[in-house]
Design a protein around this ligand. Sequence first.
Ligand code: SF4
Length: 90
Amino acid sequence: TKIEDRLSLLNYKIDKSYEHITVNHDICAVCPDHFCTFACPAKCYTLIEGQLNFKYEDCVECGTCDIACSHGSVLWTNTKGGHGVKYKYG
Ligand code: SF4
């Protein structure tokens, strides 16, 4: 185990073959609110030149965006076995 992994409170095992959250970019393109950009504690949702950018790799699997998006753009599923975020203290 690397020292960085021992010291960090969060570790990620990114699943390159499966994005556990996807967004509907057709909906995001016309969304007037972009609640996701305020709600996500991991800053997975950002606006870049007015376009929504989403990075599933940094997700801490809190579920907030699934509730925050009132336009039905977020499709939320669980990460597949052994992947995603790992919390040091539960
Ligand atoms: Fe961000 Fe939580 Fe949604 Fe993951 S589940 S993208 S951390 S709001």
